[in-house]
Design a protein around this ligand. Structure first.
Ligand code: FES
Ligand SMILES: [Fe+2]
Length: 435
């Protein structure tokens, strides 16, 4: 990226309220290579949830940050994140997507076998190796860093840098609101919604925290379906439309927060939802219960994780090319609700965010359309992301939450290692505040 000056990619003029992103950031293979190294290989990446490997011998495999991983719970109950590549000659060791009751992992190629904690347990014809063969060093390699936040398992391929709690920073408060909804006991429903998109990975970030697109892009859902389901859609459209707020949380994280609006689930489970709310008050007090239960949130954790409370969704994705991403989404539901309410929440998740739901195909079409539009990026160089820039408190329909991402992205791409000011505050005001 030496020849590419970062200031060419972002115009961030806080004084005059101008924010633009150069569309080469979505198309250029050289930028993509730098992103892999400077963004993904330096950030905490969501890998899975402890409920997916609840018992000893449970395992899942998935690609995280471009690497194949095994997440496994060993015999002593300890979770591990292991690189799913054989120390012998590299083969993928575990080829299943998920399983339980595993005793060990046997490599397909020459049958080396490994314990659930990754250590090498057996090598066929081991006597043929020299005394220099170091068995202890030939286990499945753990990822450099692996941490658990309230059941959410994160990995980091960078040995240095801050720990997960520091990395989450102010986003932790909002993550807690979402996880506490399940009384600290959220579980991921088995099976994921896996799909792909011919679009740059950063388009899905913008889209996931973009209140502005919701009604025009998903018109059929908000105007027709909600109406047909007997849900009151006036908070989404028309005179009584509520806008909520968008916040930059530091570290590139951000959130959009809206007052809880009625959903089809709420109309059909009034009593149980009232009981759940009463339990939250008992457990956390009225104020915190209000913060947990009376708002919906899309929380973005830099660089590729979104939690969407309205649909109880955890979603992450990774680019395989500048114009191609693979996405996984799961339903994370409170463990102790009735099977009926769980079913309704699950149907709600599938019906909007499933690959054939009301929402996801619209978004895929929208983002693939942007990517096709970027073929004009020599003539039409800039995307405008300035919406709400002059406001004291931008709304969820504005774009502060996206600027927060882009500011952090830009800092990392420039090789800056310290904290980034992701806010809209003009530099002059910042200087004044610091004095
Ligand atoms: S590559 Fe795995 S045993 Fe040879
Ligand atoms: Fe959408």
């Amino acid at each position: 990226m030496d020849q590419l000056q970062p200031q060419e990619l972002i115009i961030d003029d806080r004084e005059n309220g101008i924010f633009r992103v150069n569309r080469r950031a979505f198309t250029d293979p050289a930028i993509f290579e730098v992103e892999k190294r400077e963004v993904f290989d330096r950030s905490w990446l969501y890998a899975g949830h402890t409920s997916e490997i609840a018992k000893p011998g449970d395992f899942i495999t998935r690609r995280v940050g471009g690497r194949p991983l095994i997440l496994v719970r060993d015999r002593a109950g300890q979770p591990h994140a292991l690189l799913n590549s054989c120390p012998h000659r590299g083969n993928i060791v575990c080829r299943e997507r998920a399983g339980s009751g595993a005793q060990n992992f046997v490599c397909f190629y020459h049958a080396w076998n490994f314990d659930l904690d990754g250590s090498l347990a057996g090598v066929p014809d081991e006597a043929s190796y020299t005394p220099a063969f170091d068995r202890g060093a030939m286990g499945l390699k753990p990822v450099p860093r692996f941490e658990n936040y309230k059941g959410m398992l994160f990995v980091n391929y960078d040995r240095d840098g801050e720990d997960l709690i520091a990395y989450l920073g102010n986003a932790r408060e909002y993550l807690d609101y979402m996880l506490d909804f399940g009384g600290d006991d959220v579980e991921v429903v088995p099976g994921s919604q896996a799909y792909s998109m011919k679009a740059n990975w950063k388009l899905l970030i913008e889209n996931s925290i973009d209140g502005y697109h919701a009604v025009p892009t998903h018109y059929r859902f908000f105007v027709q379906y909600l109406n047909d389901m007997g849900a009151d859609n006036s908070a989404w459209i028309g005179q009584r439309r509520q806008f909520g707020i968008g916040l930059a949380l530091g570290g590139g994280h951000s959130v959009i927060e809206n007052p809880q609006r009625r959903t089809p689930v709420m109309s059909t489970a009034e009593d149980e939802l009232a009981q759940i709310r009463a339990r939250l008050v008992e457990r956390y007090g009225a104020e915190r219960a209000h913060r947990i239960a009376d708002f919906t949130r899309n929380l973005f954790i830099f660089p590729n994780l979104i939690l969407i409370s309205n649909w109880h969704t955890i979603r992450t994705w990774y680019p395989l090319a500048p114009d191609y991403i693979e996405i996984d989404a799961w339903a994370a539901l409170p463990r102790d609700e009735s099977p009926e309410l769980r079913q309704k929440r699950y149907e709600n998740f599938i019906s909007f965010l499933g690959p054939a739901g009301f929402g996801t195909p619209d978004d895929v079409s929208g983002l693939e359309g942007c990517q096709r539009g970027f073929a004009t990026c020599r003539e039409l160089e800039w995307s405008d992301i300035s919406r709400g820039m002059g406001k004291e408190q931008p709304s969820s329909q504005d774009e502060l939450q996206m600027r927060a991402f882009w500011r952090r992205w830009n800092a990392l791409m420039r090789g800056e290692r310290g904290p980034t000011d992701c806010s809209d505050r003009p530099h002059a005001a910042q200087r004044a505040a610091a004095e």
